[in-house]
Design a binder for this molecule. Structure first.
Ligand code: SAM
Length: 312
């Protein structure tokens, strides 16, 4: 029997507040997952509002469609939010508030067959969309240099070189097909003192591969730009990140939108003519309360940032 889709929405109250929801708004949830956030968004925009939901995972789309089926003003679409201009060609400039709650859902992590987790042995897959290269294809086909680069860049893994070398040596005798085998290889490549430290030593490698398999950072960079263009004047974009690289991308993008003139300070007058396109809503990112972290460990690394588009 299929496992029930279970995911506790992170920073729910804070999301609702930051999105500035009102009756009649047109909203976008670019990462609908199990519709935890969308279930609340739709109540606040009322029958006169519209909610577009996107997810690249067909299982999430099925679950969200079922959970939101009573609302006739909700449209659930399978796709990558980076492709918003293809998925929603008629909504440019009409979105009053948009949300991205990044990364994987608890459902994806807790379904062994999806191959995201080292906790259970399963085929090494990690694709959110069931399309494109699997993690097994990457670890068995990529060259050592590329593997080390992924582990260093996306996992901030200090032992990237050692792990990549061990992966390449191991696959010569037998293909690496499962999460369990990969975790064993990673652990055996690390110095004993590191193996004994808290947490699973394969965590960074798994996260790095997941980010690579799903091209998460490039999706985010492209998605942010396009979704911001989709906002109406005074429209808001709220993003929750769980990883320092994602958060840096969001922070820098928002900062560039909120910055006006970029002329050198010794120029007597502005020649660049750059005007701020957005206003940052919270100076510091919003994080989870201790109560929320106690109830949902996943929320401990969450950072929420919101930008509001200026009126043109
Ligand atoms: C943290 S979960 C979202 C949970 C959701 N907010 C809820 O309350 O149930 C992230 C979801 O985003 C989806 N996702 C991640 N990157 C995506 C992308 N670039 N385009 C579309 N969906 C994406 C994943 O498939 C996953 O279902």
């Amino acid at each position: 029997m299929a496992k029930e889709f279970s995911h506790i929405p992170v920073l729910l109250e804070e999301v609702i507040e930051n999105m500035g929801l009102r009756e009649g708004m047109t909203c976008l949830d670019g990462t609908v997952g199990g519709a935890g956030h969308s279930g609340e968004i739709v109540k606040r925009i009322g029958n006169g509002g519209r909610l577009f939901c996107i997810d690249r995972d067909p299982e999430a789309v099925k679950t969200a469609s079922n959970r939101l089926s009573e609302y006739k003003n909700v449209t659930v679409i399978e796709g990558n939010f980076r492709d918003i201009s293809i998925l929603l060609p008629d909504e440019k400039g009409k979105i009053d508030s948009a949300l991205l709650d990044l990364g994987v859902s608890s459902h994806q992590l807790d379904t062994p067959e999806r191959g995201f987790s080292y906790h259970e042995d399963a085929a090494l897959d990690m694709r959110m969309s069931n399309k494109g290269m699997t993690a097994a294809e990457i670890v068995n086909e990529a060259d050592e240099e590329y593997l080390a680069d992924i582990l260093r860049k996306f996992g901030e893994e200090k032992f990237a070189r050692l792990i990549a070398k061990k992966i390449v040596n191991s696959r010569e005798s037998e293909k690496i097909e499962t999460t369990g085998r990969l975790a064993e290889i990673v652990i055996s490549s690390l110095p004993p003192s590191v193996r004994r430290k808290g947490g699973n030593p394969a965590q960074k490698t798994f996260m790095a591969l997941r980010i690579a398999v799903n091209d998460e950072l490039a999706s985010l960079e492209e998605g942010l730009k396009d979704i911001f263009e989709y906002l109406s004047p005074k429209g808001r974009l709220t993003v929750i990140t769980f990883h320092s690289l994602e958060d840096r991308i969001v922070k820098n993008f928002f900062k560039s939108l909120a910055t006006g003139c970029t002329c050198p300070p010794d120029f007597p007058v502005c020649v660049c003519g750059k005007e701020p396109k957005g206003k940052i809503v919270n100076k510091k990112p919003v994080t989870a309360s201790t109560d929320e972290i106690e109830n949902n460990r996943r929320s401990r690394s969450a950072k929420l940032r919101t930008i509001e588009k200026v009126e043109e």
